[in-house]
Write a protein that binds this ligand. Structure first.
Ligand code: NAD
Length: 350
């Protein structure tokens, strides 16, 4: 089915409110999910809501919970998400870090113990809107690992995303690199399974460590494993996320000595920098534009497919989906309706 962003947001908002969120949180979380769908990251869009509702009843996600400032020492800010909606606690921690960065020019902000913070690009967009550069390293814990280390046959890490955000210039929109360190995010396997599609080759292993294209292996017991992108380089970055976001936030890594309650907990290690404290503003803009122009001028490898920079694919999908609507497959829509019923809403109410 095709649904407008407005109607999808209203539907998600109703369910979130009924499931214990206040108005502000329901608005923020539904907006994040719908914008993920608009950006083309359906894996981090409305399809996550049924999981959130299940996690509330399991006690591993706490609605209407804000971020707690644990330590506030000049340019270092440490937050605890208290298992609140990640979209909320991460936005709050980012807001505080952005205000501080305007004073200090540089902030290291850590956030631990947040329920799923969703599409990390959202937080890059927050710093971009404030004219700041940001770098985000994230790990994912509280459930079994999903990603095999390079050279291994089973999962030992998670999809540990990295996001780096560079503000827009007069000529160019922002550069927003926002990526899992696995070849694909796990949610992409869920979306493919829901649609009855096979995955491309080289993305995952089955439970015996053999290559497979069947997304269902990621949702079976014993499960398969996603592969890291870029072989040992992606694996190296995934491990760095585990160390930066797992150890230095205090949130913990995916090693099996830590609790696994079956939720989705993200820890995020974030640097924010005011570029105006580093270089002349006009020179910076000219140089950013010049290098983007130079890169994009490379002759296309495939006829009619121009070179893009990070953030371009999301912008073009957003323009298209805002106009045409968001496509939601039947399995995802039925899961959303079942989640609504589980919190006492009737299907006709939606
Ligand atoms: P992706 O592979 O679709 O895109 C990764 C990056 O590459 C993006 O910045 C995109 O703009 C850029 N890109 C894509 N095609 C390009 C091209 N042809 N030329 C230039 N740049 C291009 O994204 P992904 O790795 O599947 O991640 C999807 C989402 O999942 C992200 O938003 C990420 O934050 C999120 N995620 C979240 C978690 C979590 O625990 N919260 C875990 C993993 C991933």
């Amino acid at each position: 089915m095709l649904i407008s962003e407005h109607n999808l947001k209203k539907t998600l908002q109703k369910i979130l409110l009924q499931a214990g969120s206040d108005e502000y949180e329901a608005d923020l979380v539904s907006d994040h999910l719908v914008r993920s769908n608009l950006a083309g990251h359906d894996s981090h869009g409305a399809a996550m809501l049924p999981i959130y509702i299940k996690n509330i009843s399991a006690g591993v996600l706490v609605p209407s919970m804000g971020a707690r400032l644990v330590s506030n020492d000049g340019s270092i800010m440490v937050f605890d998400g208290q298992r609140g909606y990640g979209q909320r606690v991460a936005a709050e921690a980012m807001d505080a870090a952005i205000s501080r960065c305007k004073e200090t020019g540089l902030v290291l902000m850590t956030l631990r113990n947040a329920h799923h913070i969703g599409r990390i690009g959202t937080y890059g967009e927050q710093s971009i809107a404030a004219g700041l550069v940001s770098l985000h390293f994230v790990n994912v814990i509280d459930h079994a690992p999903l990603v095999a280390p390079f050279g291994g046959r089973d999962a030992r890490l998670s999809t540990n995303p990295i996001c780096i955000a560079i503000p827009a210039t007069g000529e160019n929109p922002p550069v927003l690199l926002d990526m899992a360190t696995s070849r694909i995010a796990r949610g992409k396997a869920l979306v493919a399974m829901n649609k009855g599609e096979q995955m491309a080759e080289g993305l995952m292993l089955d439970s015996s460590g053999e290559p497979t294209t069947d997304p269902a292996v990621m949702f079976q017991e014993p499960g398969g494993a996603l592969l890291p992108f870029g072989e040992y380089k992606g694996y190296g970055l995934a491990l760095i996320c585990e160390l930066l976001a797992g150890v230095f936030t205090g949130g913990g890594t995916i090693q099996p000595g830590n609790p696994r309650l079956g939720g989705i907990v993200n820890n995020m290690f974030t640097f924010l920098v005011d570029p105006g404290r580093l270089v002349d503003h006009d020179w910076m803009q000219q140089e950013v534009d010049a290098v983007i122009r130079y890169v994009k001028d490379s002759p296309p490898a495939a006829q009619g497919v121009p070179v893009m920079v990070a953030g371009d694919p999301e912008r073009s999908r957003m323009a298209e989906r805002s106009l045409k609507g968001i496509s939601i497959d039947d399995a995802t829509w039925n899961a959303i309706l079942a989640a609504a019923e589980s919190v006492g809403l009737s299907r006709s109410f939606l």
